[in-house]
Design a protein around this ligand. Sequence first.
Ligand SMILES: [Zn+2]
Length: 157
Amino acid sequence: MKEDAHEQAVRLISAEHVEGLTPEQRRWLDAHLSACPGCSAKADALGRALSSLRLVSVQLDPAVLAATRRLVRSRAAEIGEQRNRLRIAWMAPMLSFVWMAFTGPLMWRGFEWLGGSLGWADGVWQSSFVVGWFLPATAAALALSLMRGERLHRLEN
Ligand SMILES: [Zn+2]
């Protein structure tokens, strides 16, 4: 199955924030976004979601940040495999990002408060925050992808 231009644009928009783009991919994406309002809106939405994430991650310690990056990378690798099977697998990371952007700042304050009340070290409540914040989104995205995969599998057989 050949990727159409919009699917490729969505894939590059996500890749841009994870592993970065080659100059050639960058030029292609810029050209597509300037001509395609739909993909341009998706790029803006993801950019805004990631900006709110950055506000939170400024306060994270490097070990927590590195762990989060590993999770994002392994999630991205997972998405890469799913994309070969499912055209709409891109919805999973988008939903995941949106969920995280909305709940991140709230949960951060919640965990900070909880850690403070229980006298935990910063590293402890920050790690709990990453697990509590990241895993539900990843699990939900994975469940969504598996559900779609199963439906696709049923249709094929
Ligand atoms: Zn497009």
